[in-house]
Design a protein around this ligand. Sequence first.
Ligand code: HEM
Length: 318
Amino acid sequence: MALVGVGAGQGSISQWCRQHRAHHRYVDTSEDPYNVQRGFFHAHIGWIIFKDNSNLHNRVDITDLKADPIVCWQRRYYWQLTILMAYIVPTVIAGLIWGDWLGGFVIAGCVGTAGVQQVTFSINSFAHWYGTQPFQGVKSPRDNFITAFVTLGEGYHNFHHEFPADYRTGVRWYDHDPTKWTIWFWSRIGLASNLRRSPDSEIEKRRLQRCREILDQAWDNVDCGMTVKDLPDISWEAYQQQARTGCNLVVINGIVHDVSNFITDHPGGEELLTAVIGDDATQLFEGGAYKHSNAAHNLLSTLRIARVSKQPESRQLI
Ligand code: HEM
């Protein structure tokens, strides 16, 4: 695998893993090697072209990589192995099997390697730019089926950053994640071991928390009227006085509502509302005349203007 992997032309195992661990630890900060906050181009390929060393201070533990003889061997002979696996082997295969030496070098060697690189780079750019955030919304990683399709799974990047130890990136069984299927297959034939899966309950917990965050954010943009505790107090007498002077005010559940802009639109008719102006229509609203829907209760809350202090109980109309 170390030999085949080097053919992707994406650096040695130790270099790749070091940068990947730094990316996870410092994501979206100046210590992130592919910091998407510096722009799409920088995250995609700019960080390779303009090596500015700004993230040299990041710290990650790679003692396990340094202790692995295969990783060290691949790193030592990286360039020789890359030329062999990325260019010579494809050229020789195409040349010997169907006689197209040039095609093997250009298509399978040069174009193939460059294509695979672009796909991998798109994880640092596209997967931090476009898509949904079903597991966390603070950092940039995103889930996107198209990115997942071209990167063979890695595009479920939001999950990957929230549960980085999980060998899967597409966590649902039907998510397009050939990488997880391959790793699982390798584990069956002894080429991979110690596969980690985050507990389903933890994944579900985080997904539901995120749903609640998204709902809360959406709810903040909805007009629910003034909160009851922020309403000014008004006496029952002052309320009636204002209603007598022509204000279209109705009390329901101890709250004064201004129905001026709604009275002609009332689905139950203008007359029914006019009849309760200056009075307490709680019981009529809550079922005495008609049991209003939740939508009607929501609408009612947007009409709040004051809270009645010391309301005489006998004022409720039935
Ligand atoms: C400011 C207070 C009120 C608001 C915001 C309001 C709102 C609504 C809304 C949105 C509906 C459509 C059906 C639904 O969503 O449930 C409705 C229907 C109705 N409302 Fe009200 N309402 C108010 C007060 C009243 C009062 C005080 C009465 C009775 C005295 C009343 C009687 C009815 C009736 C009978 C209907 C049914 C209409 C039908 O489907 O034929 N409403 N109201």
